[in-house]
Design a protein around this ligand. Structure first.
Ligand SMILES: Cc1cc2nc3c(=O)[nH]c(=O)nc-3n(C[C@H](O)[C@H](O)[C@H](O)COP(=O)(O)OP(=O)(O)OC[C@H]3O[C@@H](n4cnc5c(N)ncnc54)[C@H](O)[C@@H]3O)c2cc1C
Length: 473
């Protein structure tokens, strides 16, 4: 890892590129610019050599809408448009699809190792794979190795990675940006000057104020399913300089978790309860459905987050669902939730179950009856809210014992953010770029989100637009 530069050294230098944030977006950009002979300074607020960032915590799958990035471009385009309800910016999407294969090859040529995970049908997953165990298992795994490897390259290529350096404010010079005010771990402040500044600070998922404005009425009642390092600093700095935001109503990428994850570290980021919810019913504190369970875990996590009390929902299912959907995919809740100390409430009747979890029994029975009636009449799409999709794993609740797990929305990263063009340049509300200012990764908006909070893929998006920003420098 590059040795921290002293404030005096860093502020004397005129940098070609200053990068804010040492996740995949920032590291790829910094390395790309450095290998092209540019003087690069990467500011990373984390002080520790193993500073937390989402890239380090990630599962490491480089994909586009859960598909192989080498799939036919038209297929990827259609998938993303379907996932995002047609809201993905066509220019950003075209660039992502076009550049993803070359970016992956560039990473491979620098020694990044990828493998396959047939169990979840994923190619291009960073090696070593994370273990199939609940809880956050990052040390020595693909994301961790990647961040360390990219930091070492940067050093070898003459770039500077400065840890314990928090970007606080962008310094304008006329119409362009000319530098960054940096807070240091020592408590002092310095200014660094550069031709170009790249914001790659990773989103606002861990910032209560921005979460309350855009995502949930009760931020403290979400489970932070992330590294806790994305506080919306880039978004605030860019807006202060006149940047536009995009996709702020698109919510976040995340999953349903057991509510006990709020207190039990072993229950996040896995096991996720998405498939149990998609097969069974999700109800609020009043025992009523409030969302279409068939729209998937990211949508459901957002629906739970929008409740007045995001820690007030339950997933309800029967024993057949527990045995099938409950044991589906990697690190499923059956048996990992129980093994990790999580609690599942069970009873031989639905009204006993309602009593056990504090829901009004009449309301829960009415909800289940309406669901069964619609199931029998083949009118699930006419329920309120409807169940719009037909899923093989969905079932009526007919096989006791019946089960319930209290839910919490687990937020991984935010989908909206700074408006950028297909060259990663930051845009004003009138669509013109702010000279010298770039943004990449989870701090940007325009590609992901939409009415169902469509997840396109944080790692691939961040790597491609980081690579483009580094190339521009
Ligand atoms: C558990 C988990 C699993 C995931 N699995 C996958 C997966 O398999 N596939 C996938 O595509 N995506 C996955 N993701 C999402 C993916 O990790 C992120 O979308 C991606 O890593 C974002 O990269 P980034 O560079 O934008 O941000 P980050 O990796 O979060 O890096 C941002 C960096 O900026 C630094 N920073 C913040 N503010 C400042 C400041 N003011 N000054 C200086 N530095 C600052 C932070 O400390 C951090 O190091 C996962 C995420 C998590 C948490």
């Amino acid at each position: 890892m590059t040795l921290p530069t002293s404030p005096a050294d860093a502020s004397r230098e005129a940098w070609d590129l200053i990068v804010v944030g040492g996740g995949v977006a920032g590291l790829v950009a910094a390395n790309r610019a450095a290998e092209r002979g540019r003087r690069v300074l990467l500011l990373e607020k984390g002080e520790d050599e193993c500073y937390p960032c989402n890239t380090r915590f990630s599962g490491g799958a480089f994909h586009i809408a859960m598909n192989d990035v080498f799939a036919p471009p038209e297929q990827l385009h259609d998938l993303v448009m379907e996932t995002t309800g047609g809201t993905a910016d066509p220019a950003l999407l075209a660039r992502l699809i076009e550049e993803a294969p070359a970016t992956l090859r560039w990473l491979q040529s620098h020694g990044v190792r990828f493998g396959r995970v047939p169990a979840i049908n994923q190619q291009n997953v960073l090696l070593p794979l994370r273990p199939n165990r609940p809880g956050i298992q990052w040390p020595g795994r693909g994301g961790d190795v990647f961040v360390r490897q990219m930091g070492s390259w940067l050093q070898r290529q003459g770039g500077t990675l400065w840890r314990g350096a928090t970007a606080r404010r962008l310094i304008p010079a006329g119409s362009r940006v000319s530098g960054v005010e940096v807070g240091l771990a020592s408590g002092t402040t310095t200014i660094v000057s550069g031709q170009r500044i790249l914001l790659a600070d990773g989103g606002y998922q861990a910032d209560p104020e921005l979460l309350e404005r855009y995502v949930t009425p009760a931020p403290a009642r979400l489970q932070q399913r992330n590294a806790g390092s994305g506080n919306g600093a880039g978004l605030r700095m860019a807006v202060a300089l006149g940047a536009a935001l995009r996709g702020m109503d698109g919510g976040f990428y995340g999953h349903l978790l057991a509510r006990e994850a709020l207190a039990n570290e072993a229950l996040w980021p896995f096991p996720i309860l998405d498939f149990l919810a998609m097969a069974g019913l999700v109800v609020d504190q009043g025992g009523r459905r409030f969302c279409d369970e068939t729209q998937g875990g990211v949508y459901l996590a957002n629906a739970v987050a929008r409740l007045d009390d995001p820690a007030g929902a339950h997933v309800i299912f029967d024993d057949a669902i527990w045995r099938e959907a409950g044991a589906f995919r990697a690190i499923p809740p059956n048996p990992h939730l129980i093994l990790a100390g999580g609690q599942m409430h069970s009873a031989n009747s639905l009204d006993q179950l309602a009593g056990a979890i504090g829901l009004p029994p009449d309301a829960l029975l009415a909800t289940v009856d309406a669901y069964h009636q619609a199931w029998n009449d083949d009118t699930l799409t006419q329920l309120n809210p409807p169940r719009a999709r037909t899923l093989a794993m969905a079932r009526p609740l007919r096989h006791p014992p019946f089960h319930a797990i209290p839910l919490v929305a687990g937020i991984t990263y935010t989908l909206g953010g700074i408006a950028v063009d297909a060259d990663a340049r930051v845009l004003r509300p009138d669509g013109t770029p702010i000279p010298g200012l770039y943004a990449a990764g989870a701090t940007t908006g325009g590609l992901e989100g939409g009415p169902h909070s469509g997840y396109v893929g944080g790692l691939m998006k961040s790597a491609v637009f980081g690579w483009l920003a580094g190339d521009q420098a």
